[in-house]
Each structure stands twice: as C-alpha cells, then as structure tokens.
Design a protein around this ligand. Structure first.
Ligand code: GLC
Length: 431
C-alpha cells in the first residue's frame, strides 16, 4: 500500500490517542516506558491538550497533580503512584514518604517549573471566566501555596529570582547553563546505581554518565538533609538562579493575580502584586551584556552562566525587559533563526556546547516554544510568534509526536508518542 503523509486531521486524532493511551486513570505519564509516573510541568501542559476535547479530564489532570503537594506547599517534580522498577531514581532512592511530606503518595524531593497556575488560567478562560467556577476556586489556594513556597524557600536574595537546587528542577535537565555549577558537585561518595533511561532511548541523546553521577549526588544530599527546604536552600552544593523558572514563576504570579481578582481575594491580590513588583525589578540582575540576553546565575561561584538558551526568550512570556533589552533579544532570535532550520532550539547553535541531538543542548522542545511564542505574540511580535508556531507544526508533521526535535533536520529526538508534544498540537500549533 502506498504510504501517504498524515493530514492535520489525522494528526489531531493521533494526538488524542496518545493522551488517552498515556492516561493512567486521572493522570498522564509523559510517555510509555521511559517516564512511568506523573511529572509536574508535563501534567500542567497535558491538561491544555485534554481541554481540546474533554474539559472535565483537563481539570482532573491538575487536580491529581496537586494530590502530590506537600504540606509546605511544594509540588514535587514526580509523583510515584505505582512502583515501576523500569525507572531510576524511584521512590526508594528519594525516600519522601507521605508521612513526612503530607502528599498523598511517595514523591521526589524537588520541584519543577511552576506552570500549573498559568495552565489553570487558560482552562478557566476557555470556559468563559466564570467567577464561581468551583474547580478553579478549589485549586486557587493550592496554587497560592505553591507560589508562596517558591517565594519563601527559593528566593535567597529577596528580589524575586528563583533558585534551583537540582538541575532536574529546571525541567531543562542537561542544558549547559548548569555545567559549571554541576562540575563543582562532589561525586566521590556516589554508590553504584543502574540507569534505566539509556535502555529506553539511544544513549547519544541522553546525559553522560559523569553528568548523571552529579544528579545522583544531589539527590543523596537532599535525602541526607531529610528534604528540609531551609537547610537545602542554605547548604545545597548546587544553588543556581534559573532564568527559566524565574520567568515562569513571574508569569504564574501574573496569571494567579487574574484569578485572585476574579475571586475577589483581597489578601492574595496584595501579596501577588508585591511578588510581581519585586520580580519585575529583580530580573534586571540576570541580564548579561556579554551574551546579549537573560542568563542563569551560579550563586555559589557568583557568576553568570553566560549561556543564551531558549529560556532566555521567556522574558517576553514574563513581560519583562526594557526597550533595549527586548530589541537585543529579537536580534538574537534573528541570529538563531539563521543558524538552524527550526525554531526554537534549546541552545543557540553557535554555542560551544551545542549538540542538536542531545536533549536540552540543542533540540527543540515544544512546550518552551509555546511559551516563548505566546509571550512574543502578547508583546506584538506576531511574525516571530507565527514563525515559531509554524516550525512547531512542521516538526510534528515531519517527525510525529516526539519528546523533542533536531533543530537542523527536524528528526525526532528522545522518546516517541510524547504526551506534552501531543498536547501542544491540540492546544496550540495544530491546524
Ligand atoms: C525529562 C525532561 C523534563 C520532563 C521529564 C518528563 O526529564 O527534561 O523536563 O519533565 O523528562 O517528560
């Protein structure tokens, strides 16, 4: 039989099937095999995908995510609802029991980008912005507690910038922004362990063994502190201001403020306005003239990572940057677009450590593309927003629903049948 390219209608059907196939009953795994649990920011984006055909199921995805929330407000990066021996590091390595955390199940001990509030705002707006929306109303205090947790434990300079204590928290696991800070992490006490990721995916696309040892050393450090957020914030061997989370948290607070107004939550309104004002002023600290963009910052070494990554462009999504900074960022975008075929690569192709195949060192990740494009559109840069959207569409049309994509060839990288890629097709870039 002759093979024909799938039409966009076929792709929409496939995207729905992927979400349904990865649904484990109220929560969705990122992809079968490689990631067998519920992940924090994956679930938030997946909810947007479900909203295209089942709004009830969309809200459920966020509600199940918040079943993993700790008493202190943190939403963990992984919720271990089952014990799957095919994944490392699993619940026995993290040792975060419900008795200690207050979560409904064992979880990891770190968090991820706090995009849930922004996704809840989207779901709520799609349903007509009702002030008495019961599910939005029930989630609101939980979302506030999560934002407060960040502001309380992850704002060491008190200026609204967000600190991470593990590169996995950033969601952009092996971006070179973390290389120097990770190189300072002592791995001499890391015991033997068996990775599982490389048995699911080609190891040329995954982090190296040396990188992985450092990731494990950081888990062991947190575990030894009983996951006490105050001790970790002070003493963790990896303490970095993540430009990505800083921008996403600021955006989440802006979106929460809209919800707070709808609910007439006066105290929350005042609190969020203060957070937003602090962060708006604080982000200037992350501007790095030498790269012409916003960059992450190593708090231990007191230096900028000097890396232009896709997260640098989230400044538009956060609504920050003065006129000159915005113009410079657009020039950088122009340069990046000349250096590769598909926007938006996770790392600028001219960078020394750029690798179009290796995870967050080059490949395109549609969830970041979506946020950057949304920010650009809101700032009036419609052509750039359109270009990123069109490239995203073409990547899926060419390769299917991969975890990420090679920005030069358009080939799929990482795992196939990926939930958040399917969700981005349904919510944003599908025709
Ligand atoms: C990888 C990604 C992370 C994502 C997770 C599950 O670790 O780097 O961002 O949340 O996979 O898809």
């Amino acid at each position: 039989m002759p093979t024909t390219n799938p039409t966009d209608t076929d792709l929409s059907a496939q995207a729905r099937e992927i979400l349904l196939k990865n649904d484990r009953g109220g929560y969705t795994v990122p992809t079968h095999g490689l990631y067998p649990y519920q992940w924090n920011w994956d679930s938030a984006f997946v909810a947007l995908g479900f909203a295209a055909f089942d709004s009830d199921r969309a809200w459920t995805e966020i509600e199940t995510l918040f079943q993993g929330q700790w008493t202190n407000g943190m939403v963990p990066h992984i919720l271990f609802r089952v014990n799957d021996p095919g994944y490392f590091p699993g619940p026995s390595v993290w040792q975060c029991d419900p008795a200690r955390s207050g979560a409904a199940m064992p979880t990891s001990g770190i968090t991820q980008p706090p995009v849930a509030a922004s996704c809840v705002r989207e779901l709520w707006e799609q349903e007509g912005c009702r002030r008495d929306h019961p599910r939005m109303k029930a989630l609101f205090p939980k979302l506030m507690a999560y934002s407060r947790w960040y502001r309380r434990h992850r704002d060491p300079m008190g200026n609204g910038l967000a600190m991470v204590v593990h590169n996995w928290e950033t969601g952009r696991d092996n971006n070179p922004e973390w290389d120097e800070a990770l190189a300072a992490v002592d791995t001499s006490r890391v015991g033997p362990y068996t990775r599982k990721d490389t048995s699911h995916v080609n190891s040329a696309m995954r982090p190296t063994k040396q990188e992985y040892d450092r990731y494990v050393a950081l888990v062991e450090f947190g575990r030894a502190q009983g996951w006490d957020p105050a001790v970790i914030a002070r003493e963790n061997p990896f303490r970095v201001i993540d430009v990505g989370i800083t921008m996403m948290l600021l955006r989440a607070d802006r979106d929460l403020l809209v919800l707070a107004h709808a609910l007439n939550e006066q105290e929350a309104i005042a609190e969020l306005q203060a957070h937003i004002a602090r962060a708006e002023a604080g982000v200037a600290f992350l501007w790095d003239e030498s790269i012409g963009g916003f960059s992450s910052y190593d708090l231990r070494a007191c230096k900028s990572a000097q890396i232009l990554s896709s997260a640098s462009f989230l400044s538009f999504y956060a609504g920050v940057g003065d006129e000159r900074q915005r113009a410079t960022q657009l020039l950088q975008l122009q340069r990046v677009s000349q250096d590769c075929r598909y926007l938006l690569p996770s790392l600028a192709p001219g960078s020394r450590t750029y690798d179009p195949m290796r995870y967050w060192r080059g490949p395109v990740w549609l969830v970041v593309s979506y946020m950057v494009a949304k920010g650009l559109r809101e700032a009036g840069h419609h052509e750039w927003a359109h270009r990123i959207q069109e490239d995203s569409r073409n990547l899926i049309r060419t390769a299917g629903f991969y975890e990420s994509f090679n920005p030069e060839t358009g080939a799929g990288t990482g795992g196939p049948d990926f939930s958040w890629t399917a969700a981005m097709w349904l919510h944003w870039c599908g025709a």
